[in-house]
Design a protein around this ligand. Sequence first.
Ligand code: MF3
Ligand code: CO
Ligand code: CO
Length: 289
Amino acid sequence: MKILKDKQKCWCKSGKLYADCHKNFDLHLLELAKQGNIIPPHSLIKNSTQIEGIREAGRINTLVLDKVASVIHEGMTTDEIDKVVYDETLRLGGIPACLGFEGFPKSVCTSVNGVVCHGIPSDYKLKSGDIVNVDCTTIVGGYFGDSSRMFEIGHVSSEAHRLVTVTKECLDIATKNIKPYSHLGDIGYYVSNHARENGYSVVRELGGHGVGLKMHEDPFVSHIGKKGEGMLLVPGMVFTIEPMINQGRAGVYIDEDDGWTIFTADGSLSAQWEYTLLVTETGVEILAK
Ligand code: MF3
Ligand code: CO
Ligand code: CO
């Protein structure tokens, strides 16, 4: 990392002088790097304008999932969920980020039962006992918010309900433990500990990610990890945590025909919840839930 001259414009594009912006932040990071820590590159640090924009995208993203929560019901097709997401996103002034993303055909991912993630909405009718993840990414003013929730349809088995509940706990425990200058590995540690304590396994192939200016940015946020290892989490970083927790084994496979849908290899149930998070000077702020 290069320390700029005091009178130079800050690298964060705030327009402010370096001395009045990220200079002390950089000196602190440099010190931490000398002590052997892995520090994030400047490209992962958002400025206050960007944070405001992502906060607004996250607010709209959350409202879209609130709308889904208010209408989802037994007998509804996942295509109808897709239409709700599309209509509500546009109504609130956003754009559904998934639509057309790398060829994805719909506005939202709907992942039912043994589908881990990236399920494509279809004419499938939700039935009593199903658990479904609705994963929504929203663009507002060029900024991205990304979150997902589980919904239990009709009467769900106690085992399915427990999986959904424990997966939410994995996300909340990992979130609560984020502090400025804690480590990326802590997230995987807290998620995998809680999942395994409950007899579940953690999907390794997919994870959380930096987000805000694009749908997917660095770093990759693994849901398996060791406490105190990996990159430092510093104020201004925005990323998701989105644990995919399986009732059975951790293995997954991708649907060869549609190229998107990820299934559990053993056919067991899988659950997922996702937040977009901002590391602040004092802790963590949930930007989308
Ligand atoms: N929202 C997903 C995530 O959490 C990404 C979906 S990409 C799509 O990262 F193309 F499948 F929509
Ligand atoms: Co998502
Ligand atoms: Co995500």
